[in-house]
Design a protein around this ligand. Structure first.
Ligand SMILES: NC(=O)c1ccc[n+]([C@@H]2O[C@H](COP(=O)([O-])OP(=O)(O)OC[C@H]3O[C@@H](n4cnc5c(N)ncnc54)[C@H](O)[C@@H]3O)[C@@H](O)[C@H]2O)c1
Length: 411
């Protein structure tokens, strides 16, 4: 089996994939992070096998087959394109593009390149989501008519994890509209059913954190409730990054003959519920069970982060490189999800105006968005927000909250 040489760009989330790459017969030859403490961590973990870089320009010249893009959430696209220009394969953290214009650039660069691109979307590879996809493809459920996806990740923030997750008050997490972190709720239901969103609308749930809590977040929304009409006439309803009480990830496929869902609070159990008159002979009408991973690496999957998802993503990516085949999470899949995130936010700012999702396989759709650079984020190159990030467009944290937040960052 070919040993694949990987470089990691961004050694915060980037570090979480090290073991999964090594377990799948890859070697990590280079790491790039502008933070010296993170490069020290990389050297400690990887020893002499790795060369460390603070600058991408030097890193990209290192001899390697693939790069794991795990820099800031909203700054992936230009670096992916640099890899494409050198035919270096790319595994990219979510999301692939933070503006519509970048989505067009990404697709056009991919079409000129020999690189394989895969979005590192791990939630579809959680064991219960693999099971739901397996059941759907088995054909006994009938066609999916409606599906739900919920990524609900409130946090009990302490000073250490604030310093881990933020490096300034202008960090992307403080300007992240609730529809933008969409892949963990949307990708599992797209992947399971094969349906693609073609129209989006979204509503906000505005509920800012208490005034005594340190924060520099300009987003007072707790969730976005997003609805899409899909190309097969089905409908999805899903959250972006929600922060309700009771952390959970939950998914549900409602089909012609049955509904399947992972049950909240059950530790990953699945409920498969048929119409009693349409159930297969070997099933009850209601089946409630813990799904098992059936691949050969079951012990590694059980130990890996995000319910086995991280290991499976690394394995899938490396297999695609070895077999020179595309992955379903390609640039079209990824940019479609980004379009849902970006246009969903515009809908939310207007309390529900529907937006059509472009198909970037079509030139006319690309041309419509080629110059659309609106964004709610601060960028490292000095660009500032051109869109509000919160449904209450004048919302901002108190100066006292921001001061406390900055004190925490200083340590
Ligand atoms: N799939 C998942 O489960 C999951 C979990 C966490 C984070 N993520 C994703 O991972 C990505 C990174 O998030 P994070 O949690 O690591 O936080 P982060 O964005 O704060 O960390 C990014 C890292 O990249 C480095 N960096 C950024 N720009 C750089 C540049 N130009 N040159 C050198 N280094 C640079 C930073 O110093 C930092 O160490 C995001 O896209 C996020 O959405 C995904």
């Amino acid at each position: 089996m070919k040993r694949i040489k990987i470089g990691i760009f961004g050694y915060c989330r980037g570090s979480a994939y090290v073991d999964s790459f090594l377990q799948n017969n890859a070697e990590i030859v280079a790491v790039c992070d502008k933070r010296k403490d993170r490069l020290e961590e990389a050297k400690k973990k990887l020893g002499n096998m790795v060369t460390c870089y603070e600058e991408f320009d030097a890193f990209i010249e290192h001899s390697m087959d693939a790069v794991f893009i795990a820099n800031y959430f909203h700054e992936h696209t230009p670096y992916i394109i640099r890899c494409f220009e050198k035919n270096i394969h790319v595994l990219c953290e979510c999301i692939s593009n933070s503006t519509m214009a970048e989505g067009v650039q990404l697709v056009e660069a991919a079409e000129k390149s020999k690189s394989i691109f895969m979005l590192a979307e791990n939630y579809p590879y959680m064991i219960f989501n693999i099971e739901m996809k397996r059941l759907y493809e088995g054909g006994t459920l009938g066609k999916c008519l409606y599906a739900e996806g919920e990524y609900n990740h409130p946090s009990n923030r302490n000073d250490d994890n604030t310093r881990y997750l933020y490096d300034s008050e202008l960090h992307w997490r403080n300007y992240l509209p609730k529809t933008y972190y969409v892949t963990h709720s949307l990708a599992p239901i797209m992947f399971a059913t094969g349906a693609n969103p073609v129209r989006v609308t979204a509503m906000p749930i505005f509920s800012p954190v208490p005034k005594e809590r340190p924060t520099a977040s300009f987003v007072g929304d707790k969730a976005a409730i997003i609805t899409t009409l899909n190309d097969d006439k089905s409908v999805f309803r899903f959250t972006g990054h929600a922060t309700f009480g009771g952390e959970c990830n939950s998914y549900r496929l409602c089909c012609e003959k049955a509904t399947v869902e992972n049950v909240r609070g059950s530790g990953g159990k699945v409920m498969l519920h048929y119409n009693w008159w349409e159930k297969p002979k070997d099933k009850e009408a209601v089946n409630f069970y813990m799904p098992e991973y059936e691949g050969e690496d079951v012990e590694l999957v059980k130990k890996s982060g995000h319910g086995g998802g991280d290991f499976c993503v690394a394995k899938e990516f490396l297999n695609c490189i070895r077999e020179n085949k595309p992955h379903p999470f390609d640039v079209y899949f990824s940019t479609r999800m980004s379009s849902v995130a970006i246009l969903g936010h515009r809908s939310l700012l207007e309390y529900g105006t529907p937006y059509d999702i472009p198909d970037f396989k079509n030139k006319a759709d690309r041309d419509k968005y080629r110059n659309d650079t609106l964004s709610p984020f601060f960028y490292s190159d000095g660009r500032t927000p051109t869109l509000p990030c919160c449904s209450e467009q004048n919302f901002k944290p108190l100066d006292s909250q921001v001061e406390e937040f900055k004190k925490i960052l200083k340590g």
